[in-house]
Design a binder for this molecule. Structure first.
Ligand SMILES: NC(=O)c1ccc[n+]([C@@H]2O[C@H](COP(=O)([O-])OP(=O)(O)OC[C@H]3O[C@@H](n4cnc5c(N)ncnc54)[C@H](O)[C@@H]3O)[C@@H](O)[C@H]2O)c1
Length: 434
């Protein structure tokens, strides 16, 4: 098995740690990626992912130096591979809520055009149910002239990683492994046993597709419940975090944490991926949950407006500092981040908008700074959108002197409202009715 070759197609948040893990386990691994800049950075032994990712850059540089990992834009490497593992993005058009399947189609087509007979194709990308049967297998068969189950084997082994813990999630979380047939499952287990040190749960392809989209839809629904409670607490004058703690003292309750919105590549879209495969059943709970969660960044804007009005500052003359562009603590991932909606809503409405993020390099519509002090100098409102570690240790006394108006809108329960108010700040937050 140590002589075997793997090609991982797509070297993003999922594919890069997957490729590094296979290479670290001693398999000859190619990371096939369409972005030449990513390929260059990887081949220099550096990680193109900027956020805090324990162990990733070390493993990457070690495996590149050892010659077990290399990146390329040349799809012909698929022809050398015993295993083709697909980790490309499967986004949803956020206006129409329709899946964009063209990226996956492109990756699968290049497998069909280059596949070595006998290889195992494993799709890790999240899929609308029935995609393996209706799209992936037919495209590979058509392009290659081979027959699935006879000339090549097929698994769907969806990912469960979160940015910030990519390598450890990959190694330590159980995985569902759907297979076309017994041989596919057997070979899939052999492959993933190299990198997954938890249980692999074998099943059929459709059940694996459903389990992945539904585990994320389930979480999205739970977060929406917490967000609805938070809005109710604001109206009734309660603290949602205290209420949550009390609810969860009841056995079998696990109320989630409310917040400024749900971001990332996965949760905002996976309910839509699931729903897109249905013709008759129209899911109501999942789609309503999406509505609630999509409203939260808009509610943050309402809190900014309310806070400024309470402080006697005109919106049109205010300087507002957005703290955090990433969707997740200490990550550089900004995909579907609630901060983007908040910026879209406030830009042009306030006099000056400035964004602070300690991890993100890209700029979105407003100037971006790295120093907290620089963002807050002369500001009328500090809007905490991301739960970055840096914000937990913020020195309230010193920022009070920097800000023109001491007002904080807390979207992530980062600060203690009573402390903040005692120190002379105006303070509003998600779920903070008192
Ligand atoms: N990000 C997460 O935390 C996470 C967690 C679980 C599951 N997933 C799922 O995993 C999949 C990948 O997500 P991601 O976050 O890694 O996406 P990503 O956008 O970070 O990475 C995808 C990469 O694939 C590359 N690519 C696209 N088409 C290609 C092709 N034909 N050949 C080679 N490379 C190609 C892109 O350039 C990109 O670098 C998605 O289906 C996602 O839903 C993601």
């Amino acid at each position: 098995m140590s002589q075997k070759t793997v090609v991982v197609i797509g070297a993003g948040y999922v594919g890069l740690p997957v490729a590094c893990s296979f290479a670290g386990a001693g398999l000859r691994t190619y990371a096939l990626e369409i972005i030449p800049e990513r390929v260059r950075i990887i081949n220099e032994g550096r990680s193109p992912i900027v956020g805090d990712e324990p162990g990733l850059e070390e493993l990457l540089s070690r495996t590149v130096r050892a010659g077990t990992l290399s990146a390329t834009t040349d799809a012909s490497v698929i022809g050398k591979a015993d295993f083709a593992v697909v980790c490309v993005d499967t986004p949803v058009d956020m206006d129409t809520k329709e899946p964009r399947m063209d990226i996956l189609e492109g990756a699968v087509r290049s497998i069909g055009q280059n596949i070595k007979p006998g290889a195992l194709v494993s799709i890790e990308s999240t899929l609308p149910p029935l995609t393996m049967k209706n799209m992936v297998i037919p495209i590979i068969e058509k392009e290659s002239g081979l027959t699935a189950g006879k000339d090549f084997l097929v698994t769907h082994c969806p990912e469960r990683v979160m940015p910030g813990r990519l390598l450890s999630n990959l190694a330590n979380y159980d995985r569902v492994l759907g297979g076309l047939d017994e041989r596919s499952i057997k070979l899939g287990i052999e492959l993933y046993s190299h990198i997954v040190h938890a249980d692999l749960h074998p099943t059929d392809l459709l059940s694996a597709e459903m389990a992945k989209t539904l585990e994320n839809a389930y979480r999205d629904v739970q977060i929406a419940f917490a967000n609805e409670v938070a809005l109710a607490c604001e109206e009734l004058g309660a603290d949602a975090f205290e209420v949550r703690k009390l609810v969860n003292t009841c056995p079998f309750r696990d109320m989630h944490i409310p917040g400024a919105g749900v971001g990332g590549h996965c949760l905002p879209k996976d309910s839509w991926l699931f729903a897109s495969s249905l013709k008759t059943v129209k899911p109501k709970i999942m789609t309503t949950a999406r509505e609630v969660n999509e409203y939260m960044p808009n509610h943050m804007v309402e809190l900014v407006e309310k806070g400024l009005e309470g402080a006697g500052v005109e919106l049109a003359s205010a300087k507002v500092a957005i703290m955090g562009l990433a969707f997740l603590r200490d990550s550089d991932d900004t995909r579907n981040s609630p901060a983007l909606t908040i910026i879209d809503r406030l830009i042009g409405e306030v006099k000056e908008l400035i964004v602070h993020d300690p991890m993100v390099e890209k700029v979105y519509k407003a100037p971006m700074v790295r120093e907290i002090g620089e963002a807050l100098t002369g500001a009328d409102c500090m809007v905490i959108v991301t739960d970055h570690s840096d914000y937990h240790s913020i020195d309230l006394e010193s920022i009070k002197h920097l800000m023109r108006t001491p007002l904080i809108i807390d979207g992530r329960n980062v600060l203690n409202g009573n402390d903040v108010r005692t120190k002379g700040f105006g303070y509003l937050g998600i779920g903070k009715g008192k």
